[in-house]
Design a protein. Structure first.
Length: 551
């Protein structure tokens, strides 16, 4: 018997070894470690464990159309500010599938997006603690040139507790059709015309377990999109309707939801212009009507605000998209002043102008009976806005290379934020701030570079926490080493005891596909935002280590 078992084990290992040898394996790993200390000055508390860890490893295998993969995750415990739904270690993601020129099928966990994501987006953003991956089946078809059909069916991941995934109570079903008309009519390309169209249908099922209201168990959302381009011009748009979807987000009203996004632009060498508009009303769409924050979102509200990278502009007053309603506009202009001119200099000068704003939609209640049992509480029209400002951002950046060693960039931001809506701080009303940034880079030689930033933020009438400053210096030895130190200071806080400094230092080393970074310092509490999605991060003081590797 032992001999037979040994022969079977050898046979199985040989088969597996041959399969691995014939296919390809790829993946990556990431580890984020924190050792935290108590700091009474910023109300930072040392956790009982003292050490916190988030770690992931993805392994993907492909052979002749067959594909499979797993992701192992560990939260021992989760890092500071990460959602408390993540705990333990285990298998967080797994799938098998097959793909050829006609079909792409995946069973298990998967990510997918229809159009801009307004109707359906399943994605992961570890920095924000967002992972609403699907668990079920994804079937994509390419039956004819230029035609792509996507279908999804399953439940969304809600949490990872005790090393196991927990999924949404609601089932999500959807289909998307996209047609590239240039593939059908080659003459369009010959005339520099590009046309792409598509349509989507998504529905969710969730049992009605509410004792107060009669809730629809099936809710559908549907819409279409179109993109037209001619030479250097383009325009695209998407329009989505969501059926009655009473939820915690909207106060269990029975209004339909609707959303529209339009983008138009022009680009040529040295000039790019993009104009965008967005109208959203009652578009919170989740696979659990009782969920909140970033949990179990089916649709995604794309932001119409510039993603800032400088410390003060990115962290003090960020903007989060409002799924229950916003009317937003953005204009983005990038222009390069020609080299050899008085303003362009020897290497040319880059100028970037950006304007974005968001308002509350106008909701008409006249003629609506508040006692009406239909619970349709208002009427609204696309792009019809009220006078209530949510957000406004006017910014300009000018970047110029002075010579082979020196590059200078200056930026100015004027940001107005309605804190009664966004609730970022304890202040009331509109907080208006002016932010200035000076960014200077000096190349010592081919491998050694020094870069420094000096930033300042001032609030009108010294509202909220008053004035801030940030200073950063960064030294890079390409391609291996980098060192940086940053100091953020709330030096102008109206409360003298709260004039706190937040110093941090970092050192990192890169070995090809491997990167290690070690940091130490103090981090203020606040919202951390990426792409219009935010999460709250408590104040901290301590050591952080980040390790990544790809294979």
């Amino acid at each position: 018997m032992k001999t037979l078992q040994l022969l079977i084990a050898v046979f199985c290992s040989t088969i597996v070894g041959n399969l691995i040898a014939q296919g390809s394996i790829s993946g990556n790993m990431e580890t984020n470690y924190q050792y935290l200390l108590s700091d009474e000055k910023i109300n930072a508390i040392q956790p009982d464990e003292k050490s916190l860890l988030n770690s992931y490893i993805n392994v993907n295998y492909r052979m002749a159309g067959f594909k499979a993969g797993v992701r192992l995750e560990a939260y021992l415990p989760r890092t500071l500010g990460y959602p408390d739904r993540f705990d333990g270690a285990g298998l967080g993601y797994r799938y098998v599938g097959y793909e050829n020129d006609l079909i792409d099928v995946t069973v298990g966990n998967f990510y997918e997006q229809f159009g801009s994501g307004l109707i359906f987006r399943s994605y992961e953003d570890r920095a924000l603690g967002v992972d609403n991956m699907m668990n079920g089946i994804s079937l994509n078809l390419r039956p004819y040139k230029g035609v792509t059909i996507k279908t999804v069916y399953g439940r969304q991941r809600f949490s990872f507790t005790n090393g196991k995934n927990q999924y949404s109570p609601g089932i999500v079903r959807g289909a998307d059709l996209e047609v590239n008309f240039n593939q059908w009519f080659p003459g369009l390309s010959d005339n520099n015309i590009r046309i792409t169209g598509g349509g989507s249908l998504v529905s969710k099922y969730q049992e009605d377990n509410n004792s107060q209201f009669i809730l629809p168990e099936n809710t559908g959302a549907y819409g279409g999109r179109l993109e037209l381009a001619y030479k250097k011009f383009f325009i695209n748009g998407e329009y989505i309707i969501k059926e009655q979807d009473p939820s915690q987000d909207n106060g269990y009203i029975y209004n339909y939801g609707k959303g529209m996004i339009v983008n138009a632009g022009y680009s040529q060498k040295g000039l790019g212009i993009v104009l965008s508009a967005k109208s959203i009303d009652n578009m919170s769409f989740r696979s659990d009507r009782n969920a909140a924050l970033q949990d179990l979102t089916i649709g995604f509200i794309p932001p119409l605000t510039k993603t800032h990278t400088y410390n003060l502009a990115a962290t003090l007053y960020p903007y989060a998209s409002q799924p229950n309603g916003e009317v937003a506009f953005q204009a983005d202009v990038i222009y390069k002043i020609k080299r050899g001119t008085a303003l362009g200099g020897k290497y040319g000068t880059d100028v970037s102008l950006n304007f974005s704003t968001a308002y509350e939609p106008l909701k008409r209640t006249s003629g609506i009976d508040p006692m009406d049992s239909s619970r349709v509480t208002y009427e609204s029209t696309l792009f019809d806005k009220s006078d209530l400002l949510y957000w406004q951002d006017i910014n300009v950046s000018i970047k110029r290379k002075l010579n082979r060693k020196w590059t200078v960039e200056g930026s100015y931001y004027n940001i107005s934020m309605n804190n009664d809506v966004l609730k970022l701080t304890s202040e009331q009303g509109i907080i208006q701030s002016h932010i200035g940034v000076l960014d200077v880079e000096y190349k010592i030689n081919r491998k050694h570079t020094v870069r420094a930033e000096l930033q300042g933020l001032w609030t009108v009438d010294n509202k909220d926490r008053g004035a801030w400053a940030t200073a950063l210096i960064e030294y890079t030895i390409s391609p291996d080493w980098f060192f940086s130190a940053i100091l953020q200071s709330n030096y102008g806080n109206p409360v003298k005891e709260d004039r706190i400094n937040y110093p941090m230092i970092f050192v990192g080393k890169i070995w090809g596909a491997t990167r290690l970074q070690v940091g130490y310092g103090r981090q203020k509490e606040g919202l951390f935002c990426v792409g219009g999605i935010c999460r709250f991060v408590p104040a901290s003081n301590g050591l952080s280590v980040t390790f990544t590797h790809s294979f």
